[in-house]
Design a protein around this ligand. Structure first.
Ligand code: DAT
Length: 174
């Protein structure tokens, strides 16, 4: 029996924009599986060195790609990560870059315990739309979409839109 084809979705954006919240709920509603790349790396110790400036381990991007490739080839995966340029372009059928206004992002990161340079750098990353530009360079522009992620109503609207897109993709590809 042939398996139903299902899309792979990338959720990216600055830390704190709401990728995990959206991704987990989206997985519930669509039945797709959810992969948090940060957690995957932590579990498998997929690191290569230590960043002294930010006091955090450095992701081993090649090992992350190797680890996920079979699963991605099967399809039906929602990937959540605050970077996007090291994944193979062929993995994703659509890319969402979540965007949050400074004031909202600042208070979210503060309540996560971020302070000083780490807090400032992350807010600046959002102001400079670093991840959006990274996504526009790494993927075809027509599959990259920005989603506002400021209020709970944004979350609900984003969920509804992506669920609808997923259902349409499955109709078109099966
Ligand atoms: P990320 O995975 O991008 O780091 P998260 O999902 O952990 O972000 O969310 C960070 C915080 O913001 C968390 O407390 C939940 C909250 N949040 C997420 N999406 C939101 C939204 N649309 N409106 C209000 N708060 C939101």
């Amino acid at each position: 029996m042939r398996m139903m084809k299902r899309p792979n979705i990338l959720l990216t954006g600055t830390p704190g924009v709401g990728k995990t919240t959206l991704g987990k709920e989206l997985a519930q509603r669509t039945g797709l599986s959810y992969v948090n790349v940060g957690e995957l790396a932590q579990e498998g110790q997929l690191f290569d060195g230590f960043d002294e400036e930010y006091q955090c381990p450095i992701l081993d991007e090649d090992r992350v790609v190797d680890e996920l490739d079979d699963k991605m080839k099967e399809g039906g995966v929602i990937v959540d990560y605050h970077g996007c340029d090291f994944f193979p372009e062929r993995w994703f059928h659509i890319v969402f870059v979540l965007r949050t206004d400074n004031s909202h992002l600042y208070s979210r990161l503060e309540s996560r315990g971020y302070t000083g340079k780490k807090l400032q750098d992350n807010v600046q990353c959002e102001i400079f739309q670093t991840i959006y530009e990274e996504a526009m360079e790494a993927y075809k522009e027509e599959i990259v979409h920005q989603l506002p992620s400021n209020e709970p109503e944004d979350l609900e609207r984003n969920l509804e839109q992506i669920v609808q897109w997923t259902e349409q993709w499955m109709k078109d590809n099966n």
